[in-house]
Design a protein around this ligand. Sequence first.
Ligand SMILES: [Cu+2]
Length: 346
Amino acid sequence: MSGMPMPTATATRMDAMAMPTATARGMNGMDAASGSPAALRPYVADPGMGAYQTFTINGRAYPDTAPVQAPPGALVRLRLINVGYLTHVLHLHGTAYRLVATDGSAVNRPQETTDLLPIAAAQRMDIEFRMPHGAWSLHDHDTLSGAGEMRVIVGQGARPSAADERALRAAAPPLLDLARYGVAGPAPFTARGRFDRVFSLVLQGAKPSMPMGGTSGMTSMSMDTYTINGKLFMQGAPLVVRRGQRVKISFVNKSMAAHPMHLHGHRIQVLTLNGEPVTGAPLYQDTVMVLPDKTTTVAFTADNPGVWMLHCHELHHAAAGMDTLLRYQGSPHLAQLGGATGNNPE
Ligand SMILES: [Cu+2]
């Protein structure tokens, strides 16, 4: 991570990458999620999986993170890439921003906001803002013990006082509502449109009454297993499609944990996000959040033949079984996992 490009400034615009991640230091150092504001709690991944003690941005923990700097008033575009396992709730202090792209797809007419920005594992969020005067910060607003380390200074000059910091943290703006953000516009799919294939995937977690290992070739990092339609990876049948089909998938979360579900090889349009119809800008993602007890429905055109992973990107969950395959008719079956095959769930 230390080799990532650092912010590159031009006269009026800056592109930078900020990569929140978390570093595991063993399974004993679990972060307690206690004290999370109720609104943030569903976003925090299964606390039993929170085996992190250090959170970083571009490989460094605050106060060693590199500042994001540009002249005051400059238009800054910042790409946030969550390469960790947990959802983080990011808070930009000192200025409003616009969310201009999700997972590499532009957002239609994004408005300025000061809301907290949740970013799930594997998601990418591009934000734009005018560089404020003074030194502010972008930081993880949740209450996991490592959150204070996931922070960069934005701007330059005297840092905000501790009192200012406390006031900003106490302000607790709402979470950005991706389902209502931006402006509606033309899109390939609508919830009541015609589909050639419709799948419902029930996401569950279980204690290890189910057999693990053996022919499945999987290992688990915890006492839990995670299943799709009651099956561990390679126990269930793949989702089979034909090229050109319009496909709808509903992710039905019946577990206690949030699952950021990631389909390889396709751009998917989110129709309902955690039960809420998308009425703002058409929402394109390749990793969609499915909160506990919620359903997220997505659609895509089967336009990329092959065999593709569809899995939870909380990779402990993936390693514990929450994966399946999207297979185009005529593509090969994957019959084996692990060992010399190189077919591993994560
Ligand atoms: Cu998961």
